[in-house]
Ligand binder design. Structure first.
Ligand SMILES: [Zn+2]
Length: 301
């Protein structure tokens, strides 16, 4: 990662002192840590991202961080915590939710550009779109409290993978762990698509840049003003499904790659925390992954 600071705040473009802010909302990182057995994170597969990147980067001035924290708090109190702690899956929301989506995707876009020069790697048409989106989000975050973005935002609640799905043999070994627990983010692109992805444990945010809407995203859309978000939801967007599975599969070879010493350390951590295991969210994901492994095995026999 390039350890550079931008010359000016990436939101207001003033030369005020920049403060360290987060790319992934800090309450998400805290929540995943609190509910894990060992306090050890599972990150998504982007090899460029270090743990530090999820926490802190110099991108914005204090004033802009404060502006953006209003909607982050809204999301935390009204969606994330009730969903995490009370398992709620039905929400009435106001314009602050689409603002949160814009703010989060804006953070990801500017962070990946700053840290990894990602925009320069996009093909020309995607590059143009990404710049346009950044400009639009910047304007809207500042001024248009209730204005509509032309890009659609989607929030998806992950659940355990269905162990009876027909493609079970192709499921990654740690699919449930990825679905429920992983932090991941990036600018995801294919030939004719590009979207901004923030996976915050069991909730993912997708901001579609190309195409700006997709009919295969069912029950996930966050409208500009008031709306209702509830499950069941569906992603009938094959490329996106493939993308999620490929991210989930990235750790699959980790057992083979880990040294004996690392393995021993990991086992030690689990052993010490066995009493915490019973009611942890990690346990739910881990046991579901074991279950899938058993079903796969029995189907092969
Ligand atoms: Zn600023």
């Amino acid at each position: 990662m390039k350890k550079i600071r931008p010359k000016a705040c990436l939101l207001c473009q003033s030369n005020d002192d920049l403060v360290q802010g987060h790319v992934m909302p800090s309450f998400v990182v805290d929540y995943i840590k609190e509910t894990s057995v060992t306090g050890v994170f599972r990150f998504g597969g982007n090899p460029n991202l270090t743990r530090q990147d999820y926490f802190k980067a110099y991108m914005f001035c204090k004033r802009c961080e404060n502006i953006m924290s209003i909607e982050e708090n809204y999301f935390k109190k009204n969606i994330y915590y009730p969903a995490a702690k009370n398992n709620r899956r039905e929400f009435h929301y106001n314009h602050q939710l689409s603002r949160f989506c814009m703010i989060q995707s804006f953070r990801v876009l500017v962070f990946f550009d700053l840290a990894y020069n990602e925009l320069a790697k996009l093909k020309p048409s995607h590059h143009k779109t990404a710049l346009k989106a950044i400009e639009e989000f910047r304007e809207l975050i500042f001024k248009g409290y209730k204005n509509k973005s032309e890009y659609s935002n989607h929030i998806f609640f992950f659940d355990l993978a269905d162990p009876y799905r027909s493609d079970i043999q192709e499921l990654p070994k740690r699919v449930n762990h990825y679905f429920l627990r992983a932090l991941d983010m990036g600018i995801v692109r294919g030939t004719n698509q590009m979207y901004v992805y923030s996976k915050m444990g069991f909730i993912a945010l997708f901001t579609l840049l190309v195409p700006r809407m997709h009919r295969g995203m069912i029950g996930t859309r966050i409208y500009a003003n008031n709306g209702k978000l509830k499950t069941p939801q569906q992603i009938r967007f094959p490329r996106l499904g493939q993308f999620l599975m490929s991210r989930a599969g990235i750790g699959d070879d980790i057992d083979e790659l880990m040294s004996d010493r690392q393995m021993a350390k990991m086992e030690e951590r689990f052993r010490k925390n066995i009493d915490k295991m019973a009611d942890s969210e990690t346990a739910r994901a881990v046991f579901a992954d074991y279950n899938i492994a058993d079903i796969k095995k029995s189907l092969r026999e």
